[in-house]
Write a protein that binds this ligand. Structure first.
Ligand SMILES: Nc1nc2c(c(=O)[nH]1)N[C@H]1C(S)=C(S)[C@@H](COP(=O)(O)O)O[C@H]1N2
Ligand SMILES: [Mo]
Length: 164
């Protein structure tokens, strides 16, 4: 009679086995598409394929929100393009799931090396937390980024990069 309770308490008290945290979406779901200027698909990425690439961390926050500064982990856009042997284009149109978009010029990749982030403070990003992917700039390292121009390039719910 008491046994299930005791077992339950023991389970609750025992250190949980260290298990990789699970994303709030399937790891093999296509999250990001690279397309050329004519809309031709060049590459597609899932969480697994993004995590297989070398990661980069930056600190910043989603502009104009009450979100505090956070540590974002993801893939450098330079590395992302390089993984497909694609030279950085003059401009990339970054498109969100809500069809919001803004242009990211090559100079940003050269000066700031922004990332396609898939974790915020170690946690995967749910769609209602600006996820699954967010373009994030290294705001803390470069205070000049605190400007409308870069705020609007901080595209959350990123789903497509159109190379132009
Ligand atoms: N997907 C998506 N990303 C976006 C936006 C948006 O509407 N959709 N707004 C941009 C702008 S203008 C700013 S200031 C920041 C914060 O947007 P918010 O104030 O709408 O949260 O996100 C940027 N990225
Ligand atoms: Mo904005």
């Amino acid at each position: 009679m008491l046994r299930p309770l005791i077992v339950g308490v023991l389970i609750a008290l025992s250190p949980l086995p260290v298990r990789a945290d699970e994303p709030p979406y399937p790891a093999d779901m296509p999250l990001l598409t690279l397309v050329d200027s004519r809309g031709q698909v060049l590459a597609s990425f899932t969480l697994s394929s993004l995590e297989a690439l070398p990661s980069r961390e930056v600190t910043g926050s989603i502009p104009d929100t009450s979100d505090p500064e956070a540590r974002w982990s993801g893939v450098s856009m330079n590395v992302l393009l390089g993984s497909q042997s694609i030279a950085a284009p003059d401009r990339m149109l970054a498109v969100g799931l809500d069809d919001y978009s803004d242009i990211i010029p090559r100079s940003d990749l050269e000066h700031y090396d922004p990332i396609v982030a898939y974790r915020r403070n170690g946690q995967y990003l749910a769609v209602d937390r600006y996820g699954p992917l967010v373009v994030m700039y290294p705001y803390t390292d470069y205070p000049e980024l605190h400007e409308r121009t870069y705020y609007s390039r901080t595209v959350w719910q990123l789903s497509e990069l159109q190379l132009q």
